[in-house]
Design a protein around this ligand. Structure first.
Ligand code: SF4
Length: 498
Protein backbone atom coordinates (compact mmCIF):
# COMPACT_ATOMS: atom_id res chain seq x y z
CA UNK A 1 0.00 0.00 0.00
CA UNK A 2 1.40 3.41 -0.95
CA UNK A 3 1.71 6.29 1.50
CA UNK A 4 -1.15 7.92 -0.34
CA UNK A 5 -3.37 4.88 0.01
CA UNK A 6 -2.45 4.72 3.67
CA UNK A 7 -3.48 8.30 4.14
CA UNK A 8 -6.76 7.88 2.27
CA UNK A 9 -7.51 4.72 4.16
CA UNK A 10 -6.89 6.66 7.37
CA UNK A 11 -9.31 9.45 6.75
CA UNK A 12 -10.92 8.84 3.36
CA UNK A 13 -9.97 12.31 2.13
CA UNK A 14 -8.09 13.30 -1.02
CA UNK A 15 -4.71 14.91 -0.58
CA UNK A 16 -2.89 17.79 -2.25
CA UNK A 17 0.64 19.06 -2.75
CA UNK A 18 1.52 22.61 -3.85
CA UNK A 19 4.95 23.35 -5.30
CA UNK A 20 5.88 27.02 -5.47
CA UNK A 21 8.32 28.63 -7.88
CA UNK A 22 9.41 32.24 -7.51
CA UNK A 23 8.88 35.10 -5.14
CA UNK A 24 7.09 35.74 -1.85
CA UNK A 25 3.94 36.84 -3.72
CA UNK A 26 3.80 33.34 -5.16
CA UNK A 27 4.54 31.75 -1.78
CA UNK A 28 1.66 33.74 -0.40
CA UNK A 29 -0.67 32.70 -3.25
CA UNK A 30 0.34 29.08 -2.57
CA UNK A 31 -0.68 29.43 1.09
CA UNK A 32 -4.08 30.57 -0.15
CA UNK A 33 -4.39 27.78 -2.70
CA UNK A 34 -3.57 25.30 0.08
CA UNK A 35 -6.11 27.03 2.34
CA UNK A 36 -8.82 26.76 -0.34
CA UNK A 37 -8.08 23.09 -0.92
CA UNK A 38 -8.23 22.38 2.82
CA UNK A 39 -11.50 24.29 3.03
CA UNK A 40 -12.63 21.86 0.29
CA UNK A 41 -11.77 18.93 2.63
CA UNK A 42 -8.43 17.98 1.06
CA UNK A 43 -5.46 17.23 3.31
CA UNK A 44 -1.79 18.04 2.78
CA UNK A 45 0.23 15.16 1.28
CA UNK A 46 3.77 14.61 2.54
CA UNK A 47 5.26 14.48 -0.97
CA UNK A 48 4.19 15.23 -4.51
CA UNK A 49 4.14 11.52 -5.40
CA UNK A 50 1.63 10.88 -2.59
CA UNK A 51 -0.84 13.58 -3.64
CA UNK A 52 -4.14 13.25 -5.49
CA UNK A 53 -4.02 16.90 -6.51
CA UNK A 54 -0.75 18.56 -7.52
CA UNK A 55 -0.60 22.31 -8.02
CA UNK A 56 2.47 23.89 -9.58
CA UNK A 57 2.36 27.59 -8.79
CA UNK A 58 4.67 29.08 -11.39
CA UNK A 59 6.83 32.14 -11.84
CA UNK A 60 8.01 33.65 -15.11
CA UNK A 61 10.54 36.16 -13.84
CA UNK A 62 13.57 34.05 -14.72
CA UNK A 63 14.25 32.11 -17.86
CA UNK A 64 14.89 28.75 -16.28
CA UNK A 65 11.49 28.91 -14.56
CA UNK A 66 9.94 27.58 -17.82
CA UNK A 67 12.52 24.82 -18.05
CA UNK A 68 11.91 23.79 -14.47
CA UNK A 69 8.16 23.74 -14.99
CA UNK A 70 8.20 21.71 -18.20
CA UNK A 71 10.79 19.34 -16.70
CA UNK A 72 8.51 18.80 -13.71
CA UNK A 73 5.47 18.32 -15.96
CA UNK A 74 7.44 15.69 -17.89
CA UNK A 75 7.96 13.71 -14.65
CA UNK A 76 4.32 14.13 -13.75
CA UNK A 77 3.24 12.65 -17.10
CA UNK A 78 4.58 9.29 -15.90
CA UNK A 79 2.70 9.67 -12.61
CA UNK A 80 -0.50 10.55 -14.47
CA UNK A 81 -0.09 7.49 -16.75
CA UNK A 82 0.17 5.28 -13.67
CA UNK A 83 -2.59 7.00 -11.71
CA UNK A 84 -4.97 8.78 -14.14
CA UNK A 85 -7.13 9.97 -11.23
CA UNK A 86 -4.36 12.32 -10.08
CA UNK A 87 -5.17 15.93 -10.97
CA UNK A 88 -2.44 18.33 -12.07
CA UNK A 89 -2.95 22.09 -12.03
CA UNK A 90 -0.62 24.82 -13.28
CA UNK A 91 -1.18 28.21 -11.68
CA UNK A 92 0.64 31.52 -11.37
CA UNK A 93 2.46 33.91 -13.67
CA UNK A 94 3.57 31.41 -16.28
CA UNK A 95 0.06 30.05 -16.59
CA UNK A 96 -1.23 33.61 -16.93
CA UNK A 97 1.27 34.39 -19.69
CA UNK A 98 1.59 31.07 -21.52
CA UNK A 99 -1.75 29.31 -21.06
CA UNK A 100 -1.80 27.91 -24.63
CA UNK A 101 1.80 26.80 -24.47
CA UNK A 102 1.19 24.93 -21.21
CA UNK A 103 -1.76 23.16 -22.82
CA UNK A 104 0.24 22.30 -25.96
CA UNK A 105 3.37 21.11 -24.16
CA UNK A 106 1.58 19.28 -21.35
CA UNK A 107 -1.86 18.06 -22.45
CA UNK A 108 -2.00 15.87 -19.34
CA UNK A 109 -2.53 18.99 -17.19
CA UNK A 110 -6.09 19.12 -15.84
CA UNK A 111 -6.39 22.76 -14.83
CA UNK A 112 -4.59 25.94 -15.90
CA UNK A 113 -5.46 29.06 -13.92
CA UNK A 114 -3.82 32.44 -13.65
CA UNK A 115 -2.79 34.98 -11.05
CA UNK A 116 -6.24 36.57 -10.90
CA UNK A 117 -8.28 33.47 -10.16
CA UNK A 118 -6.52 31.90 -7.20
CA UNK A 119 -9.88 32.13 -5.41
CA UNK A 120 -11.38 29.63 -7.90
CA UNK A 121 -8.70 26.95 -7.45
CA UNK A 122 -10.90 24.39 -5.69
CA UNK A 123 -13.89 24.98 -7.99
CA UNK A 124 -11.81 24.62 -11.14
CA UNK A 125 -10.34 21.35 -9.92
CA UNK A 126 -13.78 20.07 -9.16
CA UNK A 127 -15.07 21.23 -12.60
CA UNK A 128 -12.18 19.37 -14.23
CA UNK A 129 -13.01 16.21 -12.31
CA UNK A 130 -16.54 16.36 -13.60
CA UNK A 131 -15.98 17.53 -17.16
CA UNK A 132 -12.32 17.26 -18.19
CA UNK A 133 -9.50 19.79 -18.59
CA UNK A 134 -10.22 23.42 -17.72
CA UNK A 135 -8.32 26.59 -18.54
CA UNK A 136 -9.40 29.81 -16.89
CA UNK A 137 -7.32 32.95 -17.06
CA UNK A 138 -8.95 36.16 -15.88
CA UNK A 139 -7.46 39.44 -17.09
CA UNK A 140 -7.98 40.97 -13.64
CA UNK A 141 -9.82 40.40 -10.36
CA UNK A 142 -11.03 42.40 -7.40
CA UNK A 143 -10.07 39.63 -5.01
CA UNK A 144 -6.90 39.83 -2.93
CA UNK A 145 -5.30 36.53 -2.01
CA UNK A 146 -5.08 37.65 1.63
CA UNK A 147 -8.86 37.65 1.82
CA UNK A 148 -8.99 33.89 1.10
CA UNK A 149 -8.62 30.94 3.46
CA UNK A 150 -5.05 30.17 4.34
CA UNK A 151 -2.81 27.26 5.23
CA UNK A 152 0.35 28.71 6.73
CA UNK A 153 3.54 26.77 7.38
CA UNK A 154 4.80 29.26 9.98
CA UNK A 155 2.18 30.05 12.61
CA UNK A 156 3.88 33.05 14.19
CA UNK A 157 4.60 35.02 11.01
CA UNK A 158 2.37 35.96 8.11
CA UNK A 159 2.47 37.68 4.77
CA UNK A 160 -0.21 40.22 4.05
CA UNK A 161 -0.75 41.33 0.47
CA UNK A 162 -1.39 45.06 0.45
CA UNK A 163 -1.53 45.61 -3.31
CA UNK A 164 -1.46 43.61 -6.49
CA UNK A 165 -0.03 44.53 -9.88
CA UNK A 166 2.43 47.21 -10.81
CA UNK A 167 2.17 50.50 -12.72
CA UNK A 168 5.88 50.71 -13.52
CA UNK A 169 7.44 49.67 -16.78
CA UNK A 170 10.84 48.24 -15.92
CA UNK A 171 12.26 47.03 -19.22
CA UNK A 172 13.31 43.63 -17.88
CA UNK A 173 10.14 42.78 -15.97
CA UNK A 174 7.13 40.72 -16.98
CA UNK A 175 5.16 41.42 -13.78
CA UNK A 176 2.95 44.24 -15.13
CA UNK A 177 1.76 41.97 -17.98
CA UNK A 178 0.95 39.02 -15.73
CA UNK A 179 -0.19 40.74 -12.53
CA UNK A 180 -1.91 43.75 -14.15
CA UNK A 181 -1.96 47.35 -12.99
CA UNK A 182 -1.58 48.38 -9.38
CA UNK A 183 -4.58 47.95 -7.08
CA UNK A 184 -4.32 48.74 -3.36
CA UNK A 185 -6.24 46.65 -0.89
CA UNK A 186 -8.64 48.62 1.31
CA UNK A 187 -6.92 50.09 4.35
CA UNK A 188 -9.59 49.09 6.89
CA UNK A 189 -9.66 45.51 5.60
CA UNK A 190 -5.89 45.28 5.94
CA UNK A 191 -5.79 46.53 9.51
CA UNK A 192 -8.62 44.15 10.37
CA UNK A 193 -6.73 41.24 8.84
CA UNK A 194 -3.65 42.07 10.88
CA UNK A 195 -5.78 42.22 14.04
CA UNK A 196 -7.15 38.79 13.21
CA UNK A 197 -3.64 37.47 12.68
CA UNK A 198 -2.50 38.95 16.00
CA UNK A 199 -5.48 37.29 17.70
CA UNK A 200 -4.26 33.98 16.24
CA UNK A 201 -0.82 34.52 17.77
CA UNK A 202 1.01 35.96 14.76
CA UNK A 203 3.54 38.54 15.93
CA UNK A 204 5.44 39.31 12.71
CA UNK A 205 3.80 40.46 9.50
CA UNK A 206 5.39 41.18 6.16
CA UNK A 207 3.46 43.59 3.97
CA UNK A 208 3.71 42.40 0.38
CA UNK A 209 3.41 44.20 -2.91
CA UNK A 210 5.34 44.79 -6.11
CA UNK A 211 5.86 48.41 -5.17
CA UNK A 212 4.66 48.69 -1.58
CA UNK A 213 5.47 52.33 -1.05
CA UNK A 214 3.10 53.44 -3.75
CA UNK A 215 0.33 51.80 -1.70
CA UNK A 216 -2.83 53.86 -1.34
CA UNK A 217 -2.53 56.23 -4.27
CA UNK A 218 -5.52 54.62 -5.93
CA UNK A 219 -7.85 54.57 -2.91
CA UNK A 220 -9.66 56.90 -0.58
CA UNK A 221 -11.14 55.91 2.76
CA UNK A 222 -14.23 57.19 4.46
CA UNK A 223 -13.06 58.42 7.85
CA UNK A 224 -16.33 57.19 9.34
CA UNK A 225 -15.28 53.63 8.49
CA UNK A 226 -11.68 54.08 9.57
CA UNK A 227 -10.61 51.48 12.11
CA UNK A 228 -10.90 52.53 15.73
CA UNK A 229 -7.41 52.88 17.11
CA UNK A 230 -8.61 52.38 20.68
CA UNK A 231 -9.40 48.66 20.56
CA UNK A 232 -8.08 47.22 23.77
CA UNK A 233 -4.34 47.01 23.54
CA UNK A 234 -3.97 48.86 20.22
CA UNK A 235 -1.65 51.79 20.49
CA UNK A 236 -3.50 55.12 20.29
CA UNK A 237 -1.69 56.46 17.30
CA UNK A 238 -3.61 59.55 16.37
CA UNK A 239 -1.56 60.00 13.23
CA UNK A 240 -3.40 57.53 11.10
CA UNK A 241 -6.80 58.81 12.13
CA UNK A 242 -6.41 62.54 12.20
CA UNK A 243 -2.95 63.58 11.15
CA UNK A 244 -0.37 63.03 8.44
CA UNK A 245 -2.05 62.26 5.18
CA UNK A 246 -5.34 61.79 7.06
CA UNK A 247 -6.17 65.48 7.05
CA UNK A 248 -8.22 66.47 10.10
CA UNK A 249 -11.77 67.59 9.51
CA UNK A 250 -12.12 65.72 6.21
CA UNK A 251 -14.68 63.04 5.51
CA UNK A 252 -12.36 61.04 3.36
CA UNK A 253 -8.64 60.52 3.40
CA UNK A 254 -6.01 58.94 1.25
CA UNK A 255 -3.97 56.64 3.44
CA UNK A 256 -0.48 56.14 2.11
CA UNK A 257 2.07 53.47 2.87
CA UNK A 258 3.48 55.33 5.87
CA UNK A 259 -0.01 55.45 7.41
CA UNK A 260 -0.44 51.75 6.86
CA UNK A 261 2.90 51.00 8.46
CA UNK A 262 1.95 52.99 11.55
CA UNK A 263 -1.51 51.43 11.75
CA UNK A 264 -0.23 47.86 11.39
CA UNK A 265 2.55 48.52 13.90
CA UNK A 266 -0.09 49.85 16.29
CA UNK A 267 -2.08 46.59 16.36
CA UNK A 268 -1.83 44.94 19.76
CA UNK A 269 0.31 41.79 19.65
CA UNK A 270 2.28 42.74 16.54
CA UNK A 271 5.96 42.99 17.42
CA UNK A 272 7.57 43.18 14.01
CA UNK A 273 6.47 44.65 10.71
CA UNK A 274 8.47 44.07 7.54
CA UNK A 275 7.65 45.02 3.97
CA UNK A 276 8.85 44.09 0.53
CA UNK A 277 9.61 45.57 -1.88
CA UNK A 278 9.66 49.34 -1.87
CA UNK A 279 10.73 51.14 -5.04
CA UNK A 280 13.65 53.57 -4.59
CA UNK A 281 11.88 56.29 -6.56
CA UNK A 282 8.95 56.17 -4.12
CA UNK A 283 10.97 56.01 -0.91
CA UNK A 284 9.84 59.45 0.19
CA UNK A 285 10.21 61.25 3.51
CA UNK A 286 6.79 60.10 4.80
CA UNK A 287 7.73 56.44 4.47
CA UNK A 288 11.09 56.96 6.13
CA UNK A 289 9.58 58.93 9.00
CA UNK A 290 6.89 56.26 9.48
CA UNK A 291 9.63 53.64 9.70
CA UNK A 292 11.49 55.73 12.24
CA UNK A 293 8.39 56.48 14.31
CA UNK A 294 7.00 52.94 14.37
CA UNK A 295 8.81 50.80 16.92
CA UNK A 296 7.45 47.63 15.33
CA UNK A 297 8.84 48.49 11.88
CA UNK A 298 12.02 46.42 11.68
CA UNK A 299 15.35 48.09 11.04
CA UNK A 300 15.68 46.45 7.67
CA UNK A 301 15.11 47.91 4.23
CA UNK A 302 15.15 45.89 1.03
CA UNK A 303 15.77 48.53 -1.62
CA UNK A 304 16.32 47.12 -5.12
CA UNK A 305 19.18 48.96 -6.86
CA UNK A 306 19.30 46.85 -10.07
CA UNK A 307 22.26 48.84 -11.46
CA UNK A 308 24.61 51.60 -10.38
CA UNK A 309 24.98 53.01 -13.89
CA UNK A 310 22.70 55.91 -14.79
CA UNK A 311 22.71 54.84 -18.44
CA UNK A 312 21.58 51.33 -17.53
CA UNK A 313 19.02 52.60 -14.98
CA UNK A 314 17.58 54.82 -17.67
CA UNK A 315 17.45 51.95 -20.19
CA UNK A 316 15.71 49.89 -17.51
CA UNK A 317 13.18 52.76 -16.94
CA UNK A 318 13.81 52.65 -13.20
CA UNK A 319 13.04 56.33 -12.59
CA UNK A 320 16.08 57.18 -10.44
CA UNK A 321 19.78 57.78 -10.78
CA UNK A 322 22.53 56.20 -8.71
CA UNK A 323 22.96 59.53 -6.91
CA UNK A 324 19.26 59.67 -6.02
CA UNK A 325 19.32 56.08 -4.82
CA UNK A 326 22.26 56.74 -2.52
CA UNK A 327 20.65 59.95 -1.33
CA UNK A 328 17.46 58.14 -0.31
CA UNK A 329 19.50 55.45 1.37
CA UNK A 330 21.40 58.10 3.35
CA UNK A 331 18.10 59.67 4.47
CA UNK A 332 16.78 56.28 5.58
CA UNK A 333 19.97 55.51 7.50
CA UNK A 334 19.95 58.94 9.12
CA UNK A 335 16.36 58.49 10.31
CA UNK A 336 16.37 54.82 11.29
CA UNK A 337 19.18 53.91 13.65
CA UNK A 338 21.01 50.65 12.98
CA UNK A 339 19.30 50.09 9.62
CA UNK A 340 20.34 47.00 7.65
CA UNK A 341 19.92 47.20 3.89
CA UNK A 342 19.57 44.52 1.25
CA UNK A 343 19.09 44.87 -2.47
CA UNK A 344 18.64 43.26 -5.90
CA UNK A 345 21.19 43.75 -8.67
CA UNK A 346 20.99 42.60 -12.29
CA UNK A 347 24.31 41.93 -14.00
CA UNK A 348 24.66 42.05 -17.79
CA UNK A 349 21.56 44.04 -18.69
CA UNK A 350 21.65 44.49 -22.51
CA UNK A 351 24.23 47.11 -23.42
CA UNK A 352 25.93 47.11 -20.00
CA UNK A 353 29.54 48.14 -20.64
CA UNK A 354 32.54 47.50 -18.41
CA UNK A 355 32.25 51.14 -17.38
CA UNK A 356 28.59 50.69 -16.44
CA UNK A 357 29.46 47.66 -14.39
CA UNK A 358 32.30 49.53 -12.66
CA UNK A 359 29.72 52.15 -11.65
CA UNK A 360 27.54 49.38 -10.18
CA UNK A 361 30.47 48.07 -8.17
CA UNK A 362 31.14 51.57 -6.83
CA UNK A 363 27.55 52.13 -5.77
CA UNK A 364 27.32 48.67 -4.20
CA UNK A 365 30.51 49.34 -2.23
CA UNK A 366 29.29 52.76 -1.13
CA UNK A 367 25.87 51.42 -0.11
CA UNK A 368 27.47 48.80 2.19
CA UNK A 369 24.71 46.27 1.63
CA UNK A 370 24.13 43.61 4.26
CA UNK A 371 22.95 41.17 1.60
CA UNK A 372 21.97 41.18 -2.06
CA UNK A 373 20.05 39.02 -4.47
CA UNK A 374 22.24 39.10 -7.55
CA UNK A 375 21.04 37.88 -10.93
CA UNK A 376 22.51 37.57 -14.39
CA UNK A 377 20.10 39.20 -16.85
CA UNK A 378 17.81 36.66 -18.49
CA UNK A 379 15.51 37.83 -21.29
CA UNK A 380 11.82 37.33 -20.62
CA UNK A 381 9.76 37.10 -23.81
CA UNK A 382 7.26 39.94 -23.89
CA UNK A 383 9.55 42.45 -22.17
CA UNK A 384 11.29 45.37 -23.82
CA UNK A 385 14.73 44.16 -22.76
CA UNK A 386 14.22 40.79 -24.45
CA UNK A 387 14.11 42.60 -27.80
CA UNK A 388 17.57 44.12 -27.35
CA UNK A 389 19.26 41.00 -28.67
CA UNK A 390 21.94 42.91 -30.57
CA UNK A 391 23.40 44.24 -27.32
CA UNK A 392 23.12 41.16 -25.07
CA UNK A 393 26.18 40.77 -22.88
CA UNK A 394 28.01 37.48 -23.63
CA UNK A 395 27.38 34.96 -20.82
CA UNK A 396 31.08 34.51 -19.90
CA UNK A 397 31.40 38.30 -19.47
CA UNK A 398 28.28 38.45 -17.30
CA UNK A 399 29.48 35.46 -15.23
CA UNK A 400 32.84 37.11 -14.58
CA UNK A 401 31.12 40.37 -13.54
CA UNK A 402 28.85 38.43 -11.24
CA UNK A 403 31.85 36.98 -9.43
CA UNK A 404 33.25 40.46 -8.83
CA UNK A 405 29.90 41.77 -7.66
CA UNK A 406 29.44 38.92 -5.21
CA UNK A 407 32.88 39.57 -3.74
CA UNK A 408 31.96 43.21 -3.05
CA UNK A 409 28.61 42.27 -1.49
CA UNK A 410 30.21 39.57 0.60
CA UNK A 411 32.81 41.99 1.96
CA UNK A 412 30.23 44.48 3.23
CA UNK A 413 27.93 41.72 4.49
CA UNK A 414 30.78 40.18 6.48
CA UNK A 415 31.80 43.54 7.93
CA UNK A 416 28.18 44.26 8.88
CA UNK A 417 27.87 40.91 10.63
CA UNK A 418 31.24 41.20 12.34
CA UNK A 419 30.12 44.50 13.83
CA UNK A 420 27.47 42.54 15.76
CA UNK A 421 29.94 40.32 17.63
CA UNK A 422 29.58 40.84 21.37
CA UNK A 423 26.13 42.38 21.08
CA UNK A 424 22.93 40.95 22.47
CA UNK A 425 20.35 40.68 19.69
CA UNK A 426 16.62 40.05 19.82
CA UNK A 427 15.93 36.93 17.77
CA UNK A 428 12.58 35.60 16.60
CA UNK A 429 13.03 31.83 16.67
CA UNK A 430 12.20 29.98 13.43
CA UNK A 431 13.04 26.46 14.61
CA UNK A 432 15.94 24.05 14.59
CA UNK A 433 18.95 25.13 12.56
CA UNK A 434 19.18 23.43 9.16
CA UNK A 435 22.98 23.48 9.49
CA UNK A 436 23.05 21.79 12.89
CA UNK A 437 19.89 20.33 14.41
CA UNK A 438 21.37 20.75 17.90
CA UNK A 439 21.15 24.51 17.40
CA UNK A 440 18.23 26.87 16.87
CA UNK A 441 17.84 29.48 14.15
CA UNK A 442 16.07 32.78 14.03
CA UNK A 443 16.21 36.28 12.62
CA UNK A 444 17.11 39.56 14.21
CA UNK A 445 15.05 42.66 13.58
CA UNK A 446 17.61 43.51 10.91
CA UNK A 447 16.79 40.20 9.24
CA UNK A 448 20.19 38.71 10.07
CA UNK A 449 20.11 34.93 10.32
CA UNK A 450 21.37 33.67 13.69
CA UNK A 451 22.22 30.08 14.65
CA UNK A 452 22.45 29.72 18.42
CA UNK A 453 22.69 27.23 21.24
CA UNK A 454 20.07 26.96 23.97
CA UNK A 455 19.77 24.57 26.90
CA UNK A 456 16.39 23.35 25.61
CA UNK A 457 14.51 23.65 22.30
CA UNK A 458 12.35 26.75 21.87
CA UNK A 459 9.13 26.88 19.84
CA UNK A 460 9.10 28.81 16.58
CA UNK A 461 7.64 32.21 17.37
CA UNK A 462 9.55 32.64 20.65
CA UNK A 463 11.41 35.93 21.13
CA UNK A 464 14.81 35.50 22.74
CA UNK A 465 17.93 37.49 23.45
CA UNK A 466 21.04 35.94 21.97
CA UNK A 467 24.65 36.94 22.59
CA UNK A 468 26.49 37.04 19.26
CA UNK A 469 29.86 35.30 19.40
CA UNK A 470 30.70 34.57 15.76
CA UNK A 471 30.01 36.11 12.38
CA UNK A 472 30.18 34.91 8.78
CA UNK A 473 29.13 36.82 5.68
CA UNK A 474 25.52 35.64 5.78
CA UNK A 475 24.87 34.44 9.31
CA UNK A 476 25.72 34.97 12.95
CA UNK A 477 26.41 32.44 15.70
CA UNK A 478 25.72 32.80 19.41
CA UNK A 479 24.18 31.55 22.64
CA UNK A 480 20.81 32.10 24.26
CA UNK A 481 20.77 34.75 27.00
CA UNK A 482 17.07 34.66 27.88
CA UNK A 483 13.60 34.19 26.45
CA UNK A 484 11.75 37.50 26.39
CA UNK A 485 8.39 36.33 25.00
CA UNK A 486 7.21 32.75 24.54
CA UNK A 487 5.42 31.79 21.32
CA UNK A 488 1.73 32.63 21.60
CA UNK A 489 0.17 30.95 18.59
CA UNK A 490 -1.95 27.84 18.74
CA UNK A 491 -0.45 24.77 17.18
CA UNK A 492 -2.45 25.21 13.98
CA UNK A 493 -4.44 28.17 12.68
CA UNK A 494 -7.87 26.83 11.70
CA UNK A 495 -8.76 27.17 8.04
CA UNK A 496 -11.55 29.68 7.79
CA UNK A 497 -12.40 32.55 5.47
CA UNK A 498 -11.71 35.90 7.03
S1 SF4 B 1 8.63 47.95 -10.08
FE1 SF4 B 1 9.57 47.25 -11.99
S2 SF4 B 1 10.60 45.34 -11.38
FE2 SF4 B 1 9.12 45.77 -9.76
S3 SF4 B 1 7.27 44.66 -10.40
FE3 SF4 B 1 7.06 46.73 -11.19
S4 SF4 B 1 7.82 46.62 -13.30
FE4 SF4 B 1 8.58 44.80 -12.21
Amino acid sequence: MTANERQQARDGRRSYFVRTYGCQMNEHDSERIAGLLEADELVAAPTMADADVIVLNTCCIRENADNKLYGQLGHLKRLKDERPEVQIAVAGCLAQKDQDLVRRRAPHVDVVFGTHNVARAAELLSDARAGGPVTEILPESGEFPSALPVRRDAQHAAWVTIQIGCDNTCAFCIVPSVRGSEVSRPFVELVDEVRGLADDGVSEVTLLGQNVNSYGRDITVSLRSAPEPQRSGDRDDAHWRAGGSWAAGRRTARPLFGDLLRAVGGVAGIERVRFTSPHPKDLRADVISAMAATREACEHLHLPLQSGSDAVLSAMHRGYTAHKYLDRLRSARAAVADLAVSTDVIVGFPGETEQDFAATLEVVAEARFDSAFTFVFSPRPGTEAAELTECFVPPPVAAERMKRLRAVVERSARLGNESRIGRIEEVLVEGRSKRDPDMLSGRTRQNRLVHFTAPAPLRAGTYALVRVRRAAAFHLGGDLVEVTRPARHRTRIPVAPR
